[in-house]
Ligand binder design. Structure first.
Ligand code: PMP
Length: 438
């Protein structure tokens, strides 16, 4: 496949944009380097690059594009919004509508506040939890990624670990010292941390279903134990549902039928992003009334945003959720994901390539290993080089994946049986070449 124009643009981009990319996860550093593909158009499940190659896309822009690219209902909503003025700096009725939709789908949130990114949402939940508890420390889980704010970029997940940077430079030790990291799915580890740091712990924060070191389910009882221990300790529970909300069903992990005992796994604060903006910049956080009353202008915890709740992002979010309310939307994504993952697994088995697939409804991750992946250590202990080879073979056959062994494949409402079939043909060829050492 000829990607000459992409290479030329990458050379030019390197002159002007640091690293040539506006988010490090877009670089191909973790899959052997070289020019990333410069896309120029996207429609449905497909991308076209600047050399006019077509790709089937499973990146879905790292999650938000669950309805496929340029979905007409969302495009129409955005166009309508911006033609009425892009930004007001005043409240609008639209914000109430999206807030109401989020609350109906995620009952632990009595009150919501919109921000502009998942990073902002998480960052603010921490401030609110600290204001409410008057404590400082946060417990997080190894490999979970919660955006790039100082406090959570400690033992973070896909981005930094992919690049082999465990912690970012530029974060004072004094701040890192406020974060305690525990292995995911390890209640004993959490118990020990709480026993040790007890009264200092403002919140236990978690991706309740992990999306940042592959798709990883909490073990039965993990979230119940986490909530109980945190609350017994007087700490709040923060769920980072930036990836997971509206991903597996119309709602969040807190109401997901694949988990039991919903009453016992309700957080105090939830951070949202990605899907709820339909592809435009957004974040949101929400929680119980008494906790959210900490936030200005009601309470002492300050948080603000010039762009927050802008009509375009909010309209796109409403339109995206409306599409997701359609009949059998999630069932259909899951059906395609089952066909795809079963085909990938059997192809890998036939060619003798070790592969462990973690699938949760329409999202899954491909770990090049022959052991289960239930925590970050197990995810790290997979063959990154093999993933890099697979990634390149797939790209050369018109299949666009995230350039990281930790990231998920996302099915969208736009993928078809024909896309799955073409993907499986490409994957069979990729596994065959890998088995031959090519
Ligand atoms: N939390 C989680 C779980 C995420 O996956 C991400 C982004 N991948 C973020 C927070 C940060 O979101 P954003 O990139 O919108 O700042």
């Amino acid at each position: 496949m000829n990607r000459k124009q992409s290479s030329l643009l990458y050379t030019e981009a390197l002159e002007h944009i640091v690293g040539g990319v506006n988010s490090p996860s877009r670089s191909f550093k973790a899959v052997g380097g070289g020019a990333p593909v410069f896309m120029k158009r996207a429609q449905g499940a497909h991308f076209w690059d600047v050399d006019d190659n077509r790709y089937i896309d499973y990146l879905a822009a790292y999650g938000p594009i669950i309805t496929g690219h340029a979905h007409p209902h969302i495009t129409e909503a955005i166009t309508r919004a911006v033609s009425n003025g892009a930004l007001y700096g005043t409240p609008t009725e639209l914000e109430i509508q999206l807030a109401r939709m989020l609350k109906e789908a995620i009952p632990s949130m009595d009150k919501v506040r919109f921000v502009n990114s998942g990073t902002e949402a998480v960052m603010t939940t921490i401030r609110v939890a600290r204001a409410y508890t008057k404590r400082n420390k946060i417990i997080k889980f190894a490999g979970c990624y919660h955006g790039h704010s100082d406090l959570v970029l400690v033992a973070a997940g896909s981005g930094p670990s992919t690049l082999g940077i465990p912690d970012s430079a530029g974060i004072p030790t004094s701040i890192a010292n406020e974060v305690i990291t525990v292995p995911f799915n390890d209640l004993d580890g959490l118990r020990q941390a709480l026993e040790h740091w007890g009264d200092d712990v403002a919140a236990v924060m978690v991706e309740p279903i992990v999306g940042n070191f592959g798709m990883v389910m909490p073990k039965p009882g993990f979230l119940e134990g986490l909530c109980r221990m945190a609350h017994d300790n007087g700490s709040l529970v923060i769920y980072d549902e930036v990836i997971t909300a509206f991903r597996f069903h119309y709602g969040s992990t807190q109401t997901y039928a694949g988990l039991e005992n919903h009453d016992a796994i309700q957080p105090d604060l939830t951070a949202l992003g990605k899907i709820i903006g339909g592809g435009l910049p957004i974040g949101a956080y929400g929680g119980t009334k008494q906790v959210m009353e900490q936030v200005a202008p009601l309470g002492p915890a300050y948080q603000a945003g010039t762009m927050a709740g802008n009509p375009a992002s909010i309209s796109a979010g409403i339109a995206c959720l409306e599409v997701l309310q359609g009949e059998r939307v999630y069932e259909e994504m899951e059906r395609l994901a089952i066909t795809l993952t079963e085909g990938l697994q059997s192809s890998a088995d036939v060619h003798g390539v070790p592969l462990t697939i973690n699938r949760i409804r329409g999202a899954f991750s491909t770990h090049f290993c022959d052991h289960p992946v239930t925590n970050y250590d197990e995810a790290q202990d997979t063959d990154g080089e093999a993933f890099g080879e697979f990634f390149r073979h797939m790209l050369d056959r018109g299949i666009n994946l995230a350039p990281s062994k930790y990231e998920a494949w996302f099915l969208t409402t736009a993928h078809t049986d024909a896309d799955i079939e073409a993907t499986l043909t490409a994957a069979d060829e990729a596994f065959r070449l890998m088995a031959q050492g090519k």
